[in-house]
Design a protein around this ligand. Structure first.
Ligand SMILES: [Zn+2]
Length: 128
């Protein structure tokens, strides 16, 4: 799938959140998601020995809380903009169940790609 200008803006939004809010070992990843209407929801992970939550889960909960509707595209950026992180296996399942048409931006920061969440889900299922 082709990277759109709005996709690049979403990466910048997630990067800005990572730069501002990922300043400890408890918060190392920032996710931003955009709706078809252009609303952006963002959040950071919460790492904790008791379990914590991925940034994607925080964003889905925030999206529901704010009643923004269907998420269209999502990206997760590492602290200091070091990576575009692919969702973990559990998040792939959660995202695909909630938003089957979701587009996910992954890959190197300097050469990102957009893939359908269902393709990531298939890859996660193959990996077991
Ligand atoms: Zn996850």
């Amino acid at each position: 799938m082709t990277m759109r200008d709005t996709d690049r803006a979403l990466v910048q939004a997630a990067s800005a959140v990572a730069k501002l809010r990922c300043r400890s070992a408890a918060h190392t990843l920032a996710t931003a998601a955009r709706t078809a209407e252009g609303r952006i929801v963002s959040g950071v992970n919460v790492a904790h020995p008791a379990g914590g939550a991925c940034a994607e889960v925080v964003v889905v909960g925030t999206a529901v809380t704010q009643n923004v509707g269907e998420l269209e595209t999502i990206v997760t950026v590492g602290d200091r903009g070091r990576i575009l992180a692919a969702p973990c296996g559990s998040c792939r399942r959660l995202l695909a169940d909630h938003f089957p048409a979701l587009r996910v931006i992954i890959g190197p920061v300097d050469d990102p790609q957009v893939v359908p969440v269902v393709e990531l889900l298939a890859a996660a299922d193959l990996a077991g």
